[in-house]
Design a protein around this ligand. Structure first.
Ligand code: SF4
Length: 302
């Protein structure tokens, strides 16, 4: 039977007195049982639930005031903060139950579907050293005819585990941006990354790794032919566009990739650390809506 930790401590504190009073042998058995008793399990900690939303509409007001969410470390100590627009360096918290990754297509299916054929090509890719520690190649997912394509930096821990892009806390925020600011379902857009395998410890992909993987993304864009590209964060924008400016400067620029307009906005993981930037993302997404020929704030689907 497990002994409560407080009771065990009390017993141990008084064993010496018992030994003095009754002799060591008579109290030894009690001491052994008390010392060997397993610690009581920690009571469960309840995470913050969802409550009211703050503007912009994809905000999530569930955290006590003064506590900022740190992706991958929502209840732990603060980690060193990356530059604005970067992904976090810690593993993201466990993803909510998510559908399985798109299975690798059969050769017959791939023959009739260039995007599926490209996915199949990446599945066993060993073009760069990121293949060594990956669990899954995260090819990307969404509508192959999507009008808007979101591009992130590289998979994190949850994405590596599930084979799907943006499925951790940052992914859930991206889902809310897509839904609340664009009135789209996640399945109506396409989401991919510059690199398709997870860099160790979520570090930035290195230039040789980007050079190896970028042709896959370029081909994805060519096949999907989106009307607008949205780069999530500095690393995605710099690598797709071959530019060196900060995310702040890139956000303010009119950019294009192969004549497709590119809007740069903050990475959702950065927004989790800096919720005050959500207002700027709100403005960026209004621009995306305009470029798509839709109202700045499309009406919600009924
Ligand atoms: S990151 Fe890209 S290039 Fe490198 S192994 Fe993975 S799929 Fe291949």
């Amino acid at each position: 039977m497990a002994i409560d930790a407080t009771v065990r401590e009390y017993l141990l504190l008084h064993l010496e007195r018992l030994q003095q009073a009754y002799g060591r042998e008579r109290t030894l058995a009690v001491q052994v049982r008390a010392s060997a008793a397993p610690a009581e399990p920690e009571p469960p900690r309840f995470g913050a639930g969802r409550s009211g939303r703050t503007p912009p509409q994809f905000g999530r007001g569930a955290r006590p005031q003064g506590q900022q969410a740190v992706p991958g470390q929502e209840s732990g100590p603060a980690q060193p903060q990356p530059a604005p627009g970067d992904r976090p360096t810690a593993a993201a918290p466990a993803a909510a139950a998510t559908p399985a990754a798109t299975p690798t297509p059969s050769p017959a299916a791939a023959a009739n579907d260039p995007l599926a054929a490209l996915r199949a090509e990446t599945t066993g890719c060993e073009k760069c050293k990121l293949c060594e520690r990956r669990q899954n190649v995260v090819f990307g997912e969404g509508d192959p005819n999507a009008r808007v394509m979101f591009i992130g930096e590289a998979p994190g821990a949850n994405e590596d585990r599930t084979g799907r892009p943006f499925v951790g806390a940052a992914g859930q925020l991206l889902d809310r941006i897509i839904s609340n600011a664009m009135a789209f379902e996640r399945s109506e857009v396409y989401i991919a990354n510059i690199n398709k395998c997870r860099p160790p410890n979520n570090r930035e992909p290195q230039p040789d790794e980007v050079a190896s993987c970028l042709p896959f993304l370029r081909e994805q864009i060519r096949l999907i032919q989106p009307a607008v590209l949205v780069c999530l964060g500095r690393v995605a924008a710099q690598n797709l566009l071959g530019r060196k400016e900060s995310a702040t400067k890139l956000r303010a620029m009119e950019l294009a990739y192969d004549e497709v307009p590119v809007v740069v906005t903050w990475h959702p993981a950065y927004l989790l650390r800096e919720p005050s930037r959500k207002r700027e993302t709100w403005e960026d997404i209004k621009r995306v809506n305009r470029l798509l020929g839709r109202p700045e704030v499309p009406p919600k689907k009924s």
